[in-house]
Design a protein around this ligand. Structure first.
Ligand SMILES: Cc1cc2nc3c(=O)[nH]c(=O)nc-3n(C[C@H](O)[C@H](O)[C@H](O)COP(=O)(O)O)c2cc1C
Length: 339
């Protein structure tokens, strides 16, 4: 009941300021005596145990990449009921990302557009933070991307990914290879099969036989042939599954006026308008890869109905980001209750 009021206040602030305030407030609430119990009383999610990737999850609803880029809020996100947290994207080199403003709300569409540009403190800082965790309250996925630098391509780009993978692998319950960020420095993604094959070979060699399971995060904008080519290459290299999907560059069918979209400029679209397309990607992947491969469905989940749509399409786990911004701290509880 309080969140609609809080949201009105938060939505009057620039999105990145609202993000900082919310997380600051949540951390403060957890730190006061009795605060953790009070928060958990409001937000705790009903158990919906799931096994996937050789891991046990209290529920299948995870926090998607991009919200906790530097692994600073795992404890708080677990307190809000998330069954797992994906930190990152982490890149080998720290990056301030693109100039602000770079995150925009499309309230009429229940969506966000972002061109954050992979701002993060870098793999070394995040590895140190993960290594120092006293507790790991939920499985921790680490999402790795290429450093934000348009001159970084070919073997240098592969070396850059491998540097992060080598640092993060011992600290991750699962590694997610982000090959689909629409905001990479050079505007290209590693979904081009010519680039992806050598990248996957190098990454799986760096992980070795004892490394954590590898998921490949893909875009919703691939046609069927390209999707299947990417999936085939990833499975041949030993990937355990896929996260589908990243944000889309498609802006068709939005209620937000075109002039407003033009004023926003480039960026990936997330939230409600992405949902059907992301579910369709999961469905196509499940048809193509068969039952043994793990699929994480993400895109436009706001409540139990969208989570259920992913599960019915073949997802083992689901994640959200934008629906959490719009829905507030009890979103995971609501989803788990309705599943
Ligand atoms: C502000 C913002 C930043 C994001 N940053 C990342 C990122 O660093 N790495 C990544 O793989 N995905 C990133 N994503 C994509 C999300 O993880 C997710 O795939 C996408 O937003 C679709 O889910 P949603 O509709 O629930 O938001 C970001 C999304 C948003 C909105």
């Amino acid at each position: 009941m309080i969140y609609p009021v809080a949201r009105r206040l938060l939505f009057s602030l620039p999105p990145e300021v609202a993000h900082r305030w919310t997380l600051g407030g949540l951390r403060a609430a957890l730190a006061v005596p009795g605060g953790r119990r009070a928060v958990a009383g409001l937000t705790a999610a009903a158990p919906r145990p799931v096994q996937a990737l050789g891991l046990s999850f209290a529920n299948p609803v995870g926090l998607a990449a991009g919200f906790d880029k530097d692994a600073r809020h795992i404890d708080a996100m677990a307190a809000l009921g998330f069954g797992f947290v994906e930190v990152g994207s982490v890149t080998a080199r720290p990056s301030a990302g693109n100039p602000q403003p770079r995150l925009f709300r499309l309230k009429a569409d229940g969506a966000l557009i972002n061109r954050m540009g992979l701002n993060n403190q870098g793999a070394e800082a995040t590895a140190a933070r993960l290594a120092a965790l006293a507790e790991r309250p939920v499985p921790i996925f680490v999402n790795v991307a290429k450093s934000h630098d348009k001159t970084l391509s070919g073997d240098a780009a592969i070396g850059d990914y491998v540097r992060s993978i080598t640092l993060m692998a011992p600290l991750a319950d699962a590694l997610v290879l982000n090959i689909s960020c629409p905001n990479s420095g050079d505007g290209r993604t590693f979904e081009d099969p010519e680039l992806l094959g050598p990248l996957l070979t190098a990454v799986t060699a760096a992980l070795g036989a004892d490394g954590p399971p590898l998921l490949v995060k893909i875009s919703p904008d691939l046609d069927r042939a390209r999707l299947e080519a990417v999936a085939r290459l990833a499975l041949d290299a030993g990937a355990a599954g896929f996260t589908a999907t990243n944000t889309t560059v498609d802006r068709s069918g939005l209620s937000t006026p075109v002039a407003e979209l033009d004023a926003i400029g480039n960026g990936g679209l997330s939230g409600a308008p992405l949902h059907a397309r992301a579910v369709e990607t999961v469905r196509r992947l499940r048809d193509f890869v068969g039952p043994a491969v793990t699929l994480v469905g993400v895109g436009g989940i706001r409540g139990p109905a969208e989570a259920r749509a992913f599960i019915d399409a073949g997802a083992d786990l689901v994640q959200l980001y934008t629906g959490f911004i719009y829905g507030g701290p009890r979103t995971v509880r609501r989803i788990c209750a309705g599943l």
